[in-house]
Ligand binder design. Structure first.
Ligand SMILES: CC(C)(COP(=O)(O)OP(=O)(O)OC[C@H]1O[C@@H](n2cnc3c(N)ncnc32)[C@H](O)[C@@H]1OP(=O)(O)O)[C@@H](O)C(=O)NCCC(=O)NCCS
Length: 277
């Protein structure tokens, strides 16, 4: 039986004990995640991102079957977590640079060769981080997030995790995107390739994004997530609140604004320090 069918069958089984055989199925599943062979979300040939529900189901299974265990590094550095999700063992053969200090890749995450991880940072289960990406200090790659090639996740960028509902597409950051310092991208938002999020931009499922360059507003709909078009340059802005009270009180709300599409000036501003790689 295919891995997918076996995971679906196990997930459909009523709550109860898990056998050694179930655990070894889960280990097989995690190995496939660690190798990047299976992913929580995939891009179809027409460019649409689709959640791989069975993979997310498998990840949730790990939480169900895991037992709290002592994972202490030493008597002075103590950790306790589900035994199904220890820190993923890494070796020099992975060809991923991990600068010493407070970083962790959770078991069940794929990190491609050539990725640079600056401490402290955390990559959660189900995440997929593609080649040449830089994950800077204090950055979070949340569960199931899909990060493309040559992405720069700047210091303190937070990429939210989307584990449930299992059918929900996670946050996707496509190839060559720059996520500026302190940005937050949450709730299944898709940032298409080469987009630039200026420092401090926050995108959630409820955030309308105002495109000055194309005279349009992007919003999540019932069947599509918030999507930032390829090459958009998004900066944190504000808009005045409509309605009598809002006007009387002079209120404004946070509003991300697309000021333009990536040009020569942007290229210079976001030039990455290649020598750091
Ligand atoms: C977005 C960014 C790359 C600038 O791109 P750019 O192409 O050089 O942008 P421009 O200077 O041409 O600005 C275009 C417009 O957006 C405005 N703008 C640019 N950056 C802005 C920002 N961060 N916040 C608000 N407005 C901004 C400019 O004022 C300009 O508007 P105007 O024409 O009305 O004056 C830069 O602001 C940025 O955020 N860089 C990332 C910094 C970072 O996080 N580094 C982390 C490394 S660890």
């Amino acid at each position: 039986m295919l891995l997918r069918e076996r995971i679906e069958a196990l997930a459909a089984r009523p709550e109860g004990q898990f056998s050694a055989e179930d655990r070894s199925l889960f280990d097989e599943f995690k190995t496939a995640l660690n190798r990047g062979e299976i992913r929580a979300a995939v891009r179809d040939s027409d460019g649409t991102w689709r959640a791989n529900s069975w993979v997310k189901q498998g990840i949730l299974l790990g939480f169900r079957m895991g037992q709290l265990t002592d994972m202490s590094a030493s008597p002075h550095l103590r950790f306790f977590d589900k035994d199904s999700y220890p820190a993923r063992p890494t070796t020099i053969a992975d060809n991923v640079r991990i600068v010493p200090g407070g970083s962790s890749i959770r078991d069940g995450a794929y990190v491609a060769p050539g990725v640079v991880c600056m401490p402290p940072m955390f990559i959660n289960v189900g995440a997929f981080v593609d080649e040449g990406t830089m994950i800077d200090s204090h950055a979070l790659v949340g569960s199931c997030a899909q990060i493309g090639k040559r992405v720069h996740l700047s210091a303190a960028a937070q990429i939210g995790g989307v584990l449930e509902p299992i059918g929900a597409v996670p946050v996707v950051i496509e190839d060559d995107v720059l996520v500026g310092g302190g940005c937050g991208v949450y709730e299944g938002t898709i940032v298409h390739e080469r987009a630039v999020l200026a420092a401090g931009t926050i995108l959630t499922g409820s955030t309308p994004v105002y495109d000055l360059a194309r005279d349009t507003i992007y919003q999540r709909t019932a069947d599509a997530p918030l999507e930032i078009p390829a090459g958009a340059v998004v900066v944190p802005g504000s808009r005045s609140v409509r309605g009598e009270r809002g006007v009387a009180w002079g209120l404004s709300l946070y509003a991300p604004v697309i000021v333009k599409y990536r040009d020569e000036k942007t290229e210079q501003a976001v030039q990455l320090e290649d020598y750091l790689r």
